[in-house]
Structure formats: structure tokens, C-alpha cells
Design a protein around this ligand. Structure first.
Ligand SMILES: Cc1cc2nc3c(=O)[nH]c(=O)nc-3n(C[C@H](O)[C@H](O)[C@H](O)COP(=O)(O)OP(=O)(O)OC[C@H]3O[C@@H](n4cnc5c(N)ncnc54)[C@H](O)[C@@H]3O)c2cc1C
Ligand code: SF4
Length: 522
């Protein structure tokens, strides 16, 4: 393999005509950790990323509208009883993927999250469990510099977080007050933003969070552990090549069906190809199945695109007499997992409660959508924005065959079929949301909120290429290798067999590191 080091930037460049050991498609939570792990093991790695590489200090404005560039806004057709809002609500584009705009809540899944079928007789058990991922959770929390409490109240016993908790913002303090009145335990959340400056392998010193609250519009300081300031520079330092602005459209195969090259479109519209020995598809739970369906690949099970899930995520908003300024401070502040398995549940699974920090345009959008307020009514409501605070849940969503992604007969600007995603909450999700709304109303009443209103919501794109033990009903095995294509692995939010009652990013990263290790073990 011919590799040349270029002084500016210091990155390896691999000739497209020579087969690299691995091509990684997508550089988000699923792609970036394994990219770094494979490069550190000495493999030649090329990562193809559809979006741009940003310089946060130069390119990230404290301006929600300017930062819309971080979101995947190509049209996705949305259908079903509860059509999911895509675009700004759901996934990102650019080096770092959706971690560019995530809130950085990084709780671990609990052990029983991986055993929904065993525990409740619904959904699917994962073919791996908490014990398989625990060493990766430990390593990730250390590497990313996760801030959190010394003693986390829920889940299996674990050591303290490497950094002390971030300060609670005003919505978190109000939630803490309401929960204390009701005897609901709370804790400062685990958050992958630095409460103190932190030295990171391959990167150097990253600065402490300045609490400006713009995490969902991109962190301009590098305090938030998005992939572009953590695993990507590490991967490049270890010899990986990063190619932004490369949209993958297809694959070349040999007679046995193995992939020999990845085909992609560059920014000037030209078609290029990178020869390779193995492919890691990490394009997220919409674009990964879409690419497979377009290329009629890895779908002997008929499961590609099936079992689309989106966390139950009802939000509750209230107005407080005191000034809240909900944009200030770290937006991912306070958590309670007391509702992980509620004693009075009439549903399977569970959920967690989290405080919400919200920027003004995002909140105005919620009000327009959730309360139907427009024009003068919306303006009048927004005059009280500085007194608004919110709580939301993240809870299990069961996999249903009818919630699926298929290719539509409409084409996008590249001439590729747009994805059509159908989603309807089942009885389980409706009961969970109702249970959560009741508890959150009690919390907000106890905290002194007025004009309380609920905004129904499903969050995150999950499922569509699920992991399992049998090629009859899963797309990838426990190590994320596809059953059908000998040198193709998938690693992103699409491989989750069940949704887990926690925010997904830390578990996606843990699965990513494990996928790399299992691959390296042969
Ligand atoms: C507003 C918001 C806040 C969130 N907050 C949290 C949080 O606090 N905690 C948490 O755990 N999760 C959070 N999430 C969810 C979390 O960010 C995602 O679940 C996670 O980052 C998804 O990782 P992924 O690797 O599956 O996909 P992504 O991170 O979306 O990565 C996919 C990458 O593939 C690229 N790509 C796609 N198609 C192609 C192609 N054809 N060719 C080349 N590249 C391609 C994309 O550009 C993208 O970079 C949040 C999400 C949103 C929308
Ligand atoms: S609040 Fe902290 S982590 Fe979030 S964007 Fe600002 S500096 Fe970054």
C-alpha cells in the first residue's frame, strides 16, 4: 500500500485505484470511533463523508438559522399515523454527523434494556448485552471526557465519571425542585461536554464548556465531544484519510458478491471509486438502508428498512414567574431514571426524564407545531420565552413490521429515489407517553409552572438494519457483519434491535468500538 504523508494537513492520502483495508461510509457516532480504532491498529482506512468538514471556531455562529447547515435537509417523505419530522429534528450532515448538533446527554443503557423479549415478551433481545459493552462505555467516558456525578443512582454499579458535573441550568433547577417535592430522585446528567479542560489522545487539550447553551447549533469551542473534535482527529493522527464532500451511491462487486470498490459523487458532480477490502456502512438509520435498497444488497432477510423506531419523546412546557432564560447553560443538565421500570406501568419497557434547554427559534417551532399558534398569537407567546422551561422523556419504542423505510418513486437532485418512512406509534408507545405526561405535569405543578402544555414527539432514527442471531430475521450479526455480503459491516443507529430507554449516541459509539475490535480479531 502506497501512503504519502502531506505536511498540510497532516493526513495520509491513499490512491483510489489501490485497495485500502477499509472504507468507512459516514463519520458520525457509528463511523468515527471504528475509523480511529482500525487506523490505530495499522489498517489503511478511507472515510467518505457526504457533508463538509467545518472549523467550529470559524464556521459556527451563535445563530440558529446560520447553523441549519449542520442538519440533513434533503427531503425524506414521511407517512403513517404519526409521521416523523425529519430535517432539523433528526439527523446531521458533515464530518461528525449528528454529533455536531446532539445535546451530548450520554447515559449508558441499563442491562435489562437489551432484553425486552425476555423481560416483556415483546420486541427483540439484543444478541449482545450490557457486559459486552461495559468496557467500551468505560473507555468512551474516559476518552471523550464525560462530565457526571461521582455516584450515578441507576443501573449496574460503575465508577465515577472522569469529570465533575456541569452546572445545572434554570430548567434543570426547576425540574429538580419539582421532583424533590414528589420524591422522584434526580441526578446531574452524564454529558459529553467538558466541565474542565481535558487532555485527549491524538487531539491535545480541549477547553471547558463556557455554558452558552448552543450545543444543538454546534459547539464553537470544542468543549462538546462531537466526533469532529475527538475520534476524527485521532483517526487522522493514526493514519486514516478523511474525504469530506463524498456522497456514496453504489458499490462494485466480484463474482462472489464481495465488494471490490465504493462508488461516490464528489462536490463537482464527478463519479469516483475507491477500491477496498472491507466496507463499514455508517450512514445512519435512514441513509444506510436507503443505500442498500438502491443497490439491492444485504437484504435476503427482507429486513432492510423494516422495524423503524423513534423514541417516545413527549415534551412538557410550562411558564414560570421567575426568569428562566432557557437558552443559557448546558441544555442537557438533569436526569431521572426512576421511571425506567415504573411500578404502575401499563406498558412494556420504560423511559427516562430529562430537563430541556431550548433556543428561541427551536422553541417557536415547537409552539407553532404543538399549539398551532401563528402570527400575533405566536409573537405574544414568544414574548414570555424567557420564562419557559421544559422537560421531556426518552422511552422505548417497539419495533413494528409496518413501521418501515422503502424507496419512493420520487427522485432527489442526484436522481436517486427519496426514502419514504412510515411510522405509527403503537398502543405501548401511547400508554407510555400518557404515563409520562401525567408525571411531568405533576412535576411542573410542584415546581410552580403555569400554562403547562404537552408537545407530542418521537425522537431519533433507530432500527432498519437490525442486529440478530439469524439471517432469517436480521441484517447483521452480533459483530455488525452483514449475513449476505462477506465484506460489508453496518454500524450506526440502524443496527439497534430495540430502541433502549436512553439517548443512543454513547451506545452507538460503544457498538462501533466493539465492531472494530471484533473485526480486528478476525
Ligand atoms: C437535536 C438533536 C439532539 C440530540 N441529542 C442527543 C443526545 O443528547 N444524546 C444522544 O445520545 N443522542 C442525541 N441525539 C441523537 C444522536 O445524535 C444520533 O442518534 C446519533 O448521532 C446517530 O449516529 P449515527 O452514526 O447513526 O448517524 P449520524 O451521526 O447521523 O452519521 C451518519 C453520517 O453519514 C453521512 N452520510 C449519510 N449518507 C451518506 C452517503 N450516502 N455517503 C457518505 N456519507 C453519508 C452523514 O452525512 C452523517 O455524517 C440527538 C439528535 C438530535 C436531532
Ligand atoms: S454550552 Fe458548552 S458544550 Fe454546549 S455549545 Fe456552549 S461551550 Fe459547547
Amino acid at each position: 500500500m502506497t501512503a504519502m504523508f502531506h505536511p498540510e494537513p497532516a493526513m495520509c492520502h491513499y490512491p483510489p485505484s489501490e485497495a485500502v483495508d477499509a472504507v468507512v461510509i459516514g463519520t458520525g457516532a457509528g463511523g468515527a470511533p471504528l475509523m480511529a480504532r482500525l487506523a490505530a491498529a495499522g489498517l489503511s482506512v478511507v472515510a467518505l463523508e457526504a457533508g463538509r468538514q467545518w472549523d467550529p471556531a470559524e464556521d459556527f455562529a451563535t445563530d440558529e438559522t446560520a447553523q441549519n447547515k449542520l442538519f440533513w435537509t434533503d427531503e425524506r417523505l414521511s407517512a403513517g399515523g404519526d409521521p416523523v419530522a425529519f430535517g432539523k429534528n433528526n439527523s446531521g450532515i458533515g464530518v461528525g454527523g449528528s454529533t455536531l448538533h446532539y445535546t451530548a446527554y450520554t447515559p449508558r443503557a441499563q442491562a435489562d434494556d437489551f432484553r425486552m423479549r425476555t423481560e416483556f415478551g415483546v420486541a427483540e433481545d439484543w444478541p449482545i448485552g450490557y457486559d459486552d459493552l461495559a468496557p467500551y462505555y468505560d473507555a468512551l467516558e474516559r476518552f471523550l471526557g464525560v462530565s457526571g456525578p461521582a455516584a450515578y443512582p441507576w443501573g449496574p454499579p460503575r465508577g465515577p465519571y472522569p469529570l465533575m458535573p456541569l452546572p445545572l441550568n434554570a430548567p434543570a433547577q426547576l425540574m429538580e425542585r419539582g421532583c424533590a417535592e414528589l420524591g422522584i430522585r434526580t441526578s446531574p446528567a452524564a454529558n459529553a461536554a467538558l466541565s474542565g479542560s481535558y487532555y485527549q489522545d491524538g487531539v491535545g487539550w480541549r477547553p471547558a464548556c463556557t455554558n452558552r447553551g448552543f450545543c444543538q447549533a454546534g459547539c464553537s469551542t470544542g468543549a462538546k465531544a462531537s466526533m469532529d473534535v475527538t475520534f476524527i482527529p485521532l483517526a487522522v493522527a493514526k493514519g486514516a484519510e478523511l474525504r469530506p464532500g463524498c456522497f456514496v451511491t453504489g458499490f462494485e462487486h466480484d463474482a462472489a458478491g464481495a465488494i471490490t470498490a465504493v462508488v461516490y459523487v464528489v462536490e463537482n458532480g464527478a463519479l469516483e471509486r475507491q477500491r477496498c477490502r472491507h466496507v463499514f456502512l455508517c450512514a445512519g438509520a435512514i441513509e444506510s438502508p436507503r443505500l442498500l435498497l438502491i443497490n439491492d444488497m444485504a437484504n435476503a432477510s427482507g429486513q432492510v428498512g423494516r422495524n423503524f423506531m423513534a423514541h417516545t419523546g413527549v415534551q412538557l412546557w410550562g411558564r414560570f414567574a421567575e426568569e428562566v432564560r432557557p437558552f443559557k447553560g448546558i441544555p442537557g443538565s438533569l436526569i431521572s431514571e426512576d421511571t425506567h421500570r415504573p411500578a404502575d406501568a401499563d406498558f412494556a419497557g420504560g423511559y427516562l426524564l430529562q430537563s430541556i434547554g431550548v433556543m428561541p427559534l427551536t422553541y417557536a417551532g415547537e409552539v407553532a407545531r404543538g399549539r398551532g399558534l401563528w402570527g400575533d398569537d405566536l409573537r405574544a407567546h414568544m414574548r414570555g420565552y424567557n420564562h419557559i422551561a421544559g422537560i421531556n422523556i426518552l422511552g422505548d419504542c417497539l419495533p413494528y413490521a409496518q413501521n418501515e423505510l422503502v424507496l419512493s418513486d420520487e427522485s432527489d437532485a442526484r436522481g436517486l429515489p427519496k426514502p419514504l418512512i412510515s411510522f405509527t406509534n403503537g398502543e405501548n408507545e401511547n400508554r407510555m407517553n400518557a404515563h409520562a405526561e401525567k408525571i411531568m405535569r405533576e412535576i411542573w405543578d410542584a415546581a410552580g409552572a403555569q400554562d403547562v402544555w404537552a408537545s407530542p414527539r418521537n425522537a431519533h432514527t433507530i432500527g432498519t438494519c437490525r442486529m440478530g442471531t439469524s439471517e432469517d430475521h436480521a441484517v447483521v450479526d452480533a459483530d455488525c457483519r452483514t449475513f449476505d455480503v462477506p465484506n460489508l459491516s453496518i454500524c450506526d443507529n440502524s443496527v439497534f434491535p430495540s430502541a433502549l430507554a436512553v439517548n443512543p449516541a454513547l451506545t452507538i459509539m460503544a457498538v462501533s468500538l466493539r465492531t472494530a475490535d471484533r473485526f480486528l480479531e478476525g
